[in-house]
Write a protein that binds this ligand. Sequence first.
Ligand code: TRP
Length: 373
Amino acid sequence: MPEDFVVTPWEVKGSIDYDRLITQFGTERITPEILERIRRRTGELHFMLRRGIFYSHRDLNLILDGAEKGHPFALYTGRGPSSGIHIGHMLPWFFTRWLQEKFKATLYFQITDDEKFLFKDFEDLDQATKVGYDNILDIIAMGFDPKLTRILVDTEYIHHLYPIAVEAAKRITFSTTQAVFGFTNSNNIGEIFYTSVQAAPAFLPSVLAKKPVPVLIPCGIDQDPHFRIARDVAPKLGYPKPALVHNKLLMSLQGPGAKMSASIPESSIFTTDTEKAAHKKINNAFTGGRATVEEQRRLGANPTICPVFNFYEFIFDPDDKHLAEVDRTCRSGERLCGECKAELWGLVGPFLKKHHEAREKAKDRVEDFVVRD
Ligand code: TRP
């Protein structure tokens, strides 16, 4: 059956059927049993778990088996520095920070400047590295624990990563990368090698500790193909297979199915947007509303296709009761899109202001987080 959506590490388009992705990728759904196990360890469930925003996994049960026996695990996530950071990039980071806090886990945060150069986002490698350092300010501003967080920039940490990457690369054929990523003869050989560089931090904690350390990777479901490969090679190298938790992707402010990207500034809120610019973007956002007020009062609106509702649900409104009220009043027509946007801005505005301040302070803290060869 032809798909009407595409999800790969380099391309996300169309209206994504997340259930179908679980089947396509061969991942597992996060079940109520798993949620209950997490709740027992953490005392509460993050709203992204309660709401199924983090909805899919691989081997999360094994991480929980270990945690229940008191075995530590490491966290690993990353950022391909193609542009400034928008709120959609931060979605998995909020959850990663929560996991770090609850499990006191060390977090390895990979900045793949090499990837964004190889995949042609930049003419010069050092431009990618520069954007990487800009992105690091946002990562630090999110409040990760400096004692438990190691940010690694690929080109500056390659001495640590390279031995692991070549071990992995030797066990990955070109034909596997063709099947998994759709590569062809015209892809450059750096692109073909790259997946082994993204695999490396998944094994780094074991290499550093000189014993197997389980690793959990929170990431957008679009990154799963890399880790399918990493999981295949892990036993051949004597490392535990990395476990994963996958999140659904935040909607573009221009509507479901629209692309969220730095080349379309109106598509999302970027961390360097002024408050004025961000406010305007929200006011101009697509909604699930009706053509006229009269119609909306009579028929109600549709939150399921609405990026404004999506922002409440995925990021800005952790209070389930309030969210249910937004949902109800939207559907009933009691709530109009203008007032709904104004209320959302009441949550986004203060967040952005605080983030701007933390981002400024982060400039003096980079060395507390970045590890180098
Ligand atoms: N490839 C990812 C991107 O383009 C960056 C990345 C590297 C990553 N390692 C990761 C993302 C681990 C999630 C988890 O953004």
